[in-house]
Write a protein that binds this ligand. Structure first.
Ligand SMILES: Nc1ncnc2c1ncn2[C@@H]1O[C@H](COP(=O)(O)OP(=O)(O)OP(=O)(O)O)[C@@H](O)[C@H]1O
Ligand SMILES: [Mg+2]
Length: 521
C-alpha cells in the first residue's frame, strides 16, 4: 500500500536503518501510523522499539530511510520540529525536572506568559489542574515533581503530552509504573483521543494490555519487522511467535522446597507522612529462608516506603528490623547490603544505575569486595567472569560489557539492576516491581531466577501492582492499603477478588478535585 494514497495513514516510516556503535538497532523498517487508531508496537528487550519511536519523535536521526507525512518526506531534526508536525512522545525513561512543579514540567518550553515576559504560574496551574483532572489525578499542580512517586511522575509525563494537542502521540511503556486502576483511566483517555482522530503509537510488554487496546499490531525482532496486522486477526500465540521466533518458552514452574528458619523480621515499623498520618503504619511481617512473599497493593499503599524503611534509608522511621536474629542498627544502605539485604528499586534509572559507567562497572558497584584481591586491586578477570555469567543468565542484550549502560535498551538496563543486586550475594532480596519493563522471555527468566534463589535459601520479598504476578510467584501474599497491612494469606488460600478487595480497604476514593491533598502518593 502506498502511503501517499491512503488518507488513514498519518505517518509512514520507510526503510529505516539505525546504526549505533557496536549495534544495528533498526534494519530496513517500514512502519505505518494510522489516524484515529491505537498502533501497537511490541518486541523483546532491545528489539528496536524505542529507537524507532525516537526517530519519529525527532530525538534520533535514521542512518538511512525516510519519514513521510501525507506522502511527502519530512525532516524531523529535533523534538521541536516533530512537535510542529503534531508529534508528541511519552518517553520510556521519565524526563522530568524534580525541582520544578508539576505545572512547570507540563509547560516546559511552551510556558504561558503574561505579555510574553513573566511566566503566568496561575494560568499554568489552572491548565495543569484540568489535565490532571482528566487523568483523575489529585495532586496539586504546584507540587514539586521530586516529591512524587514514579507512577505519579508517569502520569505527569502523560499530562505533558496531552497539553501539546498532538495529532500523533507516542507512548513508550506508559503503564509500567501504573496500577490497574490508573491503567483503566489511561485507556479511557486513549479511547477519547482515538475518537478525536488522534493516532496513538503504543508500546508495552503487557500483552493482555495490547490485545485489549490495540487496533493494529506491529512486531519488531532484532531490528526487523516480523509481523504487522490488524489486532482482530491475531492472538497471543501469534504475537509471541513473531516476537521470539518460536512458540512460547516454557514458563517457570514452581520449585517445591521446604522453608528454613525465619530470616527477616520487621516489627512495628512506622514512617510518618509529610502533612500528617503514616506512609507506613505499624507494619510487622516476617520472611523465612526459602520463602517468596509478594506484597500487593495500589500505588501509594506504602509498599516502596516500607522497603526504604527496611533498607535503613528513612531516618524518621521507627521500628525494628532483624536479620537472622540480629537487629539491624546501621542506617545506611551500604551497611545493610553488607549485612545481606539487597534492594532492587522501583526507579531503576535514578537509583539503580550510573548511566556513564559501563555494564560491568555498574553490576559490580555494590559487590566490589568480592572482586578485589587483598582488598585493593580490582580483579578485572574475575569481575568480567562474574558479570558475564549474569548477563548470560538474564539474556541481557549488550554489545560489550564495557559499553556504557546508557547505550542499553530500557528493559536491558532493568536486567542490569537485577544482576547488580544478585551479585552482592544477599540473604534477603527486596524487589520493587521485579518485572517492570522487561519482556516476557526475561520475565520468565527473572521469575525462574527468583525461584532458584529461594530454593537455595534466600528470602525474597517483592512488591507488585500486577495481580497475576503476585498470584503466580508468591508463596505467601501480604496486602497493603493506606500504609497498613490489610491481609495476609498463603497463596493456596488466596482468591483474586479477596486480594483486590483488601487492597482497597481503608483506601479513600480518588479525588478528582485539586484539593491539594495527596491521596495516591
Ligand atoms: N545510544 C545508543 N548507543 C548504542 N546502542 C544503543 C543506543 N540506544 C539503543 N542502542 C541499542 O539499540 C538496540 C535497540 O534498543 P531499543 O532501546 O530501541 O530497544 P527496545 O525495543 O526499546 O527495548 P526495551 O523493550 O528494552 O525498551 C539495543 O541493542 C540497544 O542496546
Ligand atoms: Mg525501549
Amino acid at each position: 500500500m502506498s502511503a501517499s494514497s491512503n488518507p488513514d495513514i498519518v505517518l509512514s516510516v520507510r526503510g529505516a536503518t539505525k546504526v549505533y556503535p557496536g549495534t544495528q538497532a533498526l534494519k530496513g523498517v517500514d512502519f505505518d501510523v494510522r489516524r484515529g487508531a491505537v498502533n501497537v508496537l511490541v518486541g523483546e528487550n532491545g528489539a528496536g522499539k524505542s529507537t524507532l519511536m525516537k526517530i519519529i519523535a525527532g530525538v534520533e536521526q535514521p542512518t538511512e530511510g525516510q519519514i513521510l507525512m501525507g506522502g511527502e518526506p519530512v525532516t524531523l531534526s529535533d523534538t521541536a520540529a516533530a512537535a510542529k508536525h503534531g508529534i508528541g512522545i511519552v518517553f520510556q525513561e521519565l524526563n522530568l525536572f524534580p525541582n520544578m512543579t508539576i505545572a512547570e514540567n507540563i509547560f516546559i518550553g511552551r510556558e504561558k506568559t503574561r505579555g510574553g515576559i513573566d511566566i503566568d504560574a496561575k494560568a499554568q496551574n489552572a491548565e495543569a489542574a484540568k489535565l490532571l483532572k482528566r487523568l483523575e489525578h489529585a495532586n496539586d499542580p504546584a507540587t514539586p515533581v521530586g516529591d512524587l512517586r514514579i507512577g505519579e511522575q508517569q502520569i505527569v509525563e502523560i499530562a505533558k503530552v496531552l497539553a501539546q494537542d498532538a495529532r500523533i502521540i507516542i507512548m513508550d511503556e506508559p503503564t509500567s509504573a501504573l496500577s490497574a486502576a490508573e491503567v483503566d483511566i489511561l485507556f479511557r483517555v486513549i479511547g477519547e483521543l482515538r475518537a478525536q482522530g488522534v493516532a496513538i503509537v503504543y508500546i508495552s510488554h503487557r500483552l493482555e494490555e495490547l490485545v485489549r487496546i490495540g487496533d493494529y499490531i506491529t512486531v519488531l525482532r532484532d531490528g526487523r519487522i516480523t509481523g504487522s496486522r490488524p489486532m482482530g486477526e491475531v492472538d497471543v500465540p501469534w504475537i509471541v511467535r513473531a516476537m521470539i521466533g518460536s512458540a512460547s518458552k516454557d514458563f517457570a514452574k514452581t520449585i517445591h522446597h521446604d522453608y528454613g528458619p525465619e530470616l527477616l523480621t520487621v516489627e512495628d515499623m512506622t514512617l510518618p507522612r509529610k502533612g500528617g498520618g503514616f506512609a507506613v503504619d505499624h507494619v510487622s511481617l516476617s520472611l523465612k529462608s526459602g520463602e517468596i512473599v509478594g506484597i500487593y497493593g495500589l500505588m501509594g499503599a506504602g509498599r516502596s516506603e516500607l522497603f526504604d524503611c527496611i533498607m535503613g534509608r528513612m531516618p524518621e522511621a521507627k521500628g525494628r528490623v532483624t536479620l537472622a536474629g540480629q537487629e539491624l542498627t546501621e542506617r545506611s544502605i551500604h551497611g545493610r547490603i553488607k549485612r545481606g539485604i539487597a534492594l532492587i528499586p522501583e526507579d531503576r534509572k535514578a537509583e539503580g544505575l550510573v548511566q556513564i559507567l559501563s555494564v560491568a562497572e555498574n553490576m559490580t558497584m555494590s559487590s566490589l569486595a568480592a572482586f578485589t584481591r587483598a582488598g585493593i586491586h580490582l580483579d578485572v578477570a574475575k569481575e568480567k567472569r562474574g558479570v558475564a555469567e549474569f548477563v548470560k543468565k538474564l539474556a541481557v542484550k549488550v554489545a560489550s560489557l564495557d559499553a556504557p549502560v546508557s547505550s542499553l535498551s530500557g528493559g536491558n538496563q532493568q536486567k542490569i539492576v537485577i544482576g547488580k543486586a544478585l551479585m552482592t550475594g544477599p540473604k534477603v532480596l527486596l524487589m520493587d516491581e521485579p518485572s517492570r519493563g522487561i519482556d516476557i522471555g526475561a520475565k520468565a527468566e527473572v521469575f525462574r531466577v527468583m525461584r532458584e534463589l529461594a530454593a537455595q535459601g534466600l528470602g525474597i520479598l517483592f512488591v507488585t501492582s500486577d495481580l497475576e504476578e503476585v498470584m503466580e510467584l508468591s508463596d505467601r501474599i501480604v496486602v497493603m492499603s493506606n500504609g497498613k497491612i490489610t491481609g495476609e494469606m498463603a497463596r493456596a488460600e488466596a482468591a483474586e477478588e479477596k486480594v483486590v478487595a483488601l487492597s482497597f480497604l481503608g483506601h479513600e476514593p480518588h479525588k478528582t478535585t485539586g484539593s491539594g491533598r495527596r491521596e495516591l502518593q
